[in-house]
Design a protein around this ligand. Structure first.
Ligand SMILES: O=C(NCCCCCn1ccnc1)c1cc(-c2ccc(F)cc2)cc(O)c1O
Ligand SMILES: [Mg+2]
Length: 214
């Protein structure tokens, strides 16, 4: 039976990168997506912006909504200090199965906890299930119509603190208009836009960085 794109992406990682070397995993995925098959990873251009936000923040507790094949998981986890933890939520079981192998190949499994399920179900359970007080950094990259409800849910569950940084992918393409309107007009956020391009294309896209003011 025909393989899936995530399966072909994993094979490219195992063939063209070095086990335990996250940078080589990132490069192998970017090469595959640019020269073989496009895939919805945050990509190298927006990925560099993601890197700079994470490096400046040095977060201890990170939440990623939307793992896909684990590309941004590897980008973030490789920059985390020892003892820091990344929880990544993926709804699609097939994506999760590939992501686990990509994260393990990169040698980052000790920093990452991949949880399968719906963000709306898991966000209310973060505190009691994972012993999380608040997150320092949240990367939103899942269903675009869930960015806003899940952000409000994180607020209501007390998972955000003064200074928590939300970074949202795809705010132009596919676009998250309701989320943008909220974080840009709410007195509880200081928001700014990083103009970039849709991964591996010339189309405009960008990241929105929003600091929760409490
Ligand atoms: O839909 C996207 N991501 C969510 C995937 C499903 C998440 C499942 N899940 C995980 C946790 N809770 C739910 C996405 C799409 C595009 C895109 C852009 C242009 C185009 F023509 C086609 C596609 C680009 C991205 O960068 C994206 O992130
Ligand atoms: Mg995305």
């Amino acid at each position: 039976t025909k393989s899936t794109r995530p399966q072909r992406l994993l094979k490219a990682v195992q063939k063209h990168s070095t086990r335990g070397d996250p940078q080589s995993v990132i490069s192998a995925i970017d090469h595959f997506c640019r020269h073989r098959e496009w895939a919805m990873n945050v990509g190298d251009e927006k990925g560099s912006i993601l890197d700079s936000v994470v490096s400046e923040l040095n977060p201890e507790k990170v939440l990623e909504l939307g793992t896909y094949c684990g590309y941004s998981t590897v980008r973030i986890a490789r920059l985390l200090p020892p003892g820091a933890r990344l929880i990544t939520l993926e709804f699609n079981a097939d994506y999760a199965a590939i992501a686990r192998q990509v994260i393990a190949w990169a040698g980052l499994e000790d920093k990452v906890q991949l949880v399968e399920g719906a963000s709306g179900d898991w966000i209310p359970r973060m505190k009691e299930h994972f012993g999380i007080e608040t997150f320092d950094f949240v990367f939103l990259d899942h269903w675009k119509d869930r960015y806003l409800p899940d952000t409000k849910l994180m607020e209501d569950c007390g998972l955000l603190r003064k200074g928590t940084v939300l970074l949202a992918d795809n705010v132009i393409c596919p676009g998250v208009p309701d989320y943008l309107e909220y974080v840009r007009n709410s007195l509880s956020y200081k928001s700014c836009y990083f103009k970039s391009h849709l991964e591996y294309t010339k189309a405009e896209d960008g990241l929105e960085k929003s600091v929760f003011l409490g």
